[in-house]
Write a protein that binds this ligand. Structure first.
Ligand code: GLA
Length: 396
């Protein structure tokens, strides 16, 4: 992949005479930051609950060379028709075109706002092998990649955990997307063969080895991008906040993640709106499921882990209402098959991917059975990814 990035870089910048007199071609560096899949703990991160994601071996790459002037040029081989975006170091404003550039620009803007000044020009070529819109955090990976790269090139000395926080800030404030911390944290803090058990109310975390022994993770893309993903996400945040506000009038809590199931059942009468009550139920139960799932994994109880994954899906479908017909079909069909231990939608929802745990010796059969019936029922081809759990950002 490094060579591929160097090739892209050379094609777009190498032959260009005006290099702002960078010293020599050897100054090109190639970096990587991963995407993520969340095993369980969905829509809990902005509710003060727990999440359990892991970084993937797929993600976003960039080749970069500093310039002697203040021109920053950005090209992505995922959007070749959109050309090169250009800004000036220190003047980080949104670009109308290419708009994907607003992820890296947002990170530079955020860094500057926090006292880390990206004060030199550079040429950057990006390429990502995460499918776009699949809910595997291509945006978090380009954000973390940019922050990691700037941190290294400019010697800022920012810790990885703080990179995650800065990248979430960037996405919230520059890209106007109200996401929680999970995706950026998973990308920045990823560890090979481990998932990250993160308490989003304190950012305390621990790594948990994912040893599946004869079983593996299977990621299935519905290939359905739902238009209401952003508005639906923001609605859910509002509904959860409203439920919390009702509860706070009677009990002393600061997030839905503070509640046990018993406490929720005792106090749920405080939540006036029946829809908000369902949302809060999901947030509370999902948080407790995540805690139980990590315990099950530590005890090597994959059966229990899988059952909790399915409960998570049902709750996301019925109470949080962020699943979609396509994802529900895959879950329903997968559960009829031999060798499927658990499966659920993953990420924000309204389309995107599912994650399952399946027997390795049955995976091919599972893929073809699901692929066939999914096509029959929806007319769309599902895509299956053989991914492994990878580490965090790196200089290659
Ligand atoms: C998106 C957001 C995350 C999280 C998930 C749902 O991926 O970016 O912060 O809220 O949805 O769990």
């Amino acid at each position: 992949m490094k060579d591929r990035l160097l090739g892209i870089f050379d094609k777009f910048y190498g032959g260009i005479k005006d290099r702002g007199s960078a010293k020599n071609d050897g100054d090109i560096k190639v970096y990587f930051a991963p995407g993520r899949v969340n095993l369980i703990g969905e829509h809990t991160d902005y509710n003060g609950g727990h999440v359990f994601p892991c970084a993937l071996t797929i993600g976003t790459y960039a080749a970069v060379r500093l310039r002697e002037d203040d021109r920053i040029r950005l090209y992505s081989d995922n959007f070749p028709d959109e050309g090169i975006g250009e800004i000036k170091a220190g003047s980080f404003k949104k670009l109308e075109n290419p708009d994907w550039c607003n992820y890296p620009i947002g990170v530079m803007w955020t860094l500057k706002k926090h006292g880390y000044d990206v004060n030199r020009g550079m040429d950057i070529a990006f390429y990502g092998d995460i499918p776009d819109g699949a809910g595997l955090s291509s945006s978090a990976s380009i954000e973390v990649l940019t922050a990691y790269m700037m941190n290294d090139l400019f010697g800022f000395g920012i810790e990885l955990k703080d990179i995650a926080v800065l990248c979430q800030y960037s996405e919230n404030k520059f890209n106007d997307s109200n996401c929680g911390i999970m995706d950026q944290f998973a990308s920045a803090m990823g560890k090979k063969d481990n998932a990250i058990f993160l308490d989003t109310s304190t950012l305390a975390f621990e790594y948990a080895p994912v040893k599946l022994e004869g079983k593996e993770l299977l990621i299935i893309n519905t290939n359905k991008k739902h238009k209401i993903a952003t508005s639906g996400y923001n609605d859910r945040r509002r509904e959860s906040e409203s439920a919390l506000a009702d509860l706070e009038r009677d009990i002393d809590i600061s997030s839905l993640g503070d509640l046990s199931i018993e406490e929720f059942e005792k106090y749920k009468y405080c939540i006036k709106d029946p829809v908000n009550k369902k949302r809060a139920k999901h947030a509370v139960y999902e948080n407790q499921r995540t805690i139980q799932a990590v315990k099950a994994l530590k005890e090597n109880d994959i059966r229990k882990f899988g059952e909790l994954m399915v409960e998570s899906h049902i709750s996301l479908r019925d109470d949080y209402e962020v699943s979609c017909r396509e994802a529900d079909i895959i879950v329903e069909e997968a559960l009829k098959l031999d060798g499927v231990w658990g499966i659920r939608m993953t990420g924000g929802g309204f389309g995107g991917c599912l994650v399952g745990i399946v027997d390795s010796d049955k995976v091919e059969n599972i893929k073809s059975s699901i692929g066939k019936i999914y096509k029959e029922k929806t007319g769309v081809d599902a895509t299956f990814y053989d991914v492994s759990i990878g580490g965090g950002p790196a200089l290659l």
